[in-house]
Structures are given as C-alpha cells and as structure tokens.
Design a protein around this ligand. Sequence first.
Ligand code: GLC
Length: 420
Amino acid sequence: MEVRVDLDEAAKAILTANDRGGYTVPNGRVYPFQWNWDSAFVAIGFASFDPDRAWREVERLFEAQWEDGFLPHIVFWQHDEGYFPGPNVWGSGRTPPTSGITQPPVAATAVRYLWERSPTPAFLARLDAMFPKLLAWHRWFARTRDPHQLGIVVAIHPWETGRDNSPEWDEPGAPIDVSQVGDYTRRDTGHLDRKMRPTKLEYDRYLALVQFGRALGWDQARIARESPFRVADIGMSMILLRANRDLLWLAELLGHQDEADELRATIAQSEAGIDFLWDADKHCWCSRDMITGRSSGFVTSASFLSFYAGLSDPAKDAAMLAHLERIAGKVRYLVPSLDPQDAGFQMVRYWRGPVWAVVNWMISTGLAEAGHDSWAARIRQDTLDLIATTGFVEAYSPIDGGASGGDDFSWTAAIALAWS
Ligand code: GLC
C-alpha cells in the first residue's frame, strides 16, 4: 500500500516537473517539446489528480493543428538545441513551428476518458469545442492515408508509427536513397547509450524522408502518393479504429447525428477492410508494405492491439492469445515490442524488444474489454512491477526489467497514475 502511494506521488512529481505550461515534455533532456501521442497519455495521467490540466494538455496540442485537420507529431513551442531534427530541418513554415508528420491518434480515446472521469458542465463545453478538431484529424486520416479505402492507416515515416525503429520498417526502408542526406549531428546519442538507439543507416533514412516531405512543401496528399516509404501500420490502424469508436460515442453524447452516421460508416469500412493486415502464414496482425504489397511478418506488441480496436473474431483472437502465451513463456515481463523468438530481438534497443508502459495500457485495456481478464491483469501487474523496480523510465527490458532510454518519463508516470 505504502509503495503504491509513493509511486503515485513520484508519478505526479514527474508530470509536474515536465510541465512546461499547458503542455508536458516527454522527458526534459531527450525530448524537450510537445509530442502528439505522448500528450494523449499524459492527459490520461493528469486526469487522476488535475482534470483541468488534463484537458489543457490536449487543447494545447490541437492549437498546433493545421487547417486541413492534420495534427503534427511534434510542436516546437520553444527553442531548444537538445533535439535533432529541430524546426529548421522540418521547415513546416507554421506558427508554432511543427514537424510535418503525424503520430498514432490516441487523442479521441483520451478525451473520452477525460470526459468519463469528470462529466461536469464546464468540461462539456470544452468537449463540445474539442469534438470538431478530433473529427477533422480523423477525416484527414481517411482522406489522406487510406488510398484504397480499407479503413487502415498508411504511414509515410517510421516516426509516425510512434514505434520508430521497429524491424517492420527495415525492408520497406531499404530502397530509400540516403546518398543526399549530408552531414548532421544526432542529439539522441549524446543523451543515451548508442546500443539502445537506432543505427546511423536508420537515422539517414529518417532524415531522407524528412527532406523528401520538405521538398514537397509538406503537401500531404502528394507525399502520401509519392513517398518512397508507404507502410500500412498495424499499430496506427488499430489505434484509429479504437479512436473512431470513442469519437462515435462522443458524437452520440453531443447529439451530432450526421457525424455519428459518418463515423459508423468509417468504422464499418475498417471492420471490413482491416483483414488486409492479417498475415495468414504467421497467424498474426502485421504491418504491410503498400509499395511491394508484402506483409512484414513481424509479431510486435502492436499486433496485440486488435482487442483494443474492438475487433472480435474467434479464430484470430485465439491465434493472438496463443502468440501471447508463447511469448509469456520466453520473457519475464509482458509485452515485448518484438517477438523474443525473432532473430532480431534485442532486449534494450528501441522497439526491437523493450516493453513500453503505454502500449501495455492499450493492450491490457483491450484484453479486459474482450473478457480476457487474467491476461489483462497480468500485463497491468508486469507494468507496475517494472515501474516499482526500475523507476519511470522510457522502456524496459522484458528479460530482466532493466532500463531502456530516458528516465523521469512522462507517459510512464501517466500510466502508473491511470492504473493506481
Ligand atoms: C520516441 C518514441 C515515440 C515517442 C517519442 C517521445 O521517439 O519512439 O513513440 O513519441 O520518443 O516520447
């Protein structure tokens, strides 16, 4: 009990320390700006002790929304030399300066969460103001990132997926021309151990894609058609499907009939189209390269988000639970970001093994909703054990619980509070 109380107080102290006035930095040194999906989780954390501040986090993020509905993955609210690539590299031409790519759409789910925790008249007014902004972003995804109208999300940069250097992006990233990238100085490896971070080749590809988008003036429709990297991400696709269900719930609450009908149609399209991302050989939900048509074949933590997306198919669900059971036999802590039986598994390198608390929260939430209570409880407990043992770090080794990435991490603190 006492440990629990201490954990909550420590988590609140991290969110408070990382608060920069209406937005929260993921970590003061490594990520000194506002990140899109981090803020959605941070809002969920703030909701447990400061609902007004929780709403502010999301509202602040949407202050940087573009007029076409696009919501950037980073908002550079203030100058900081500690991060590369900064606003001048992105060259979005916006005020405030932003990146030119997006991130997994968790915000609508967070907003529904905030509303359900504190359904007061004052927050109803804020919900009313937030709804059209969320809808505009979701419409942007449907219009710009779903070329075959399958109800999925095609990412044009690995960073959009939030799972930056997952091996799912290796093969689709291989043809990217890095010969013109030029010299640059990374900042991440100045803060963190190289063995945890992406390689030079991966970073060259990231920058080549940034330069590509910038050269097209961040014309999102053109980038979506012409980018050398176009991958249907299983994570973003599942997260958007879930977010559309939460947005529908909010549309019904607010009495927006036309929008509710539109969202029902969008959800039905995903339910019919998302099978495109089922890998029948691997018996698993996997990302797929839209240029070659090939499935990644990787079992990642994002594969388990089908429950969170509200999908239900007895055979597929059983296959996913069998994967979970097999993986649980290989690691101490669920859910590793990559299948530990994969040859590329590395226990502390980003998105090639470590456990992320935010992904666990989504997986566990989905499993609980689908009635798989003991798996949901196991994942929640593993996450809390990791935090209690190792602290509020960015990610954790699934083998020994060791730290991966930065410390005093906002979204890890947020999940501790959501689960307290
Ligand atoms: C890393 C993660 C990304 C996150 C960001 C800030 O880039 O891969 O998902 O949003 O850090 O925490």
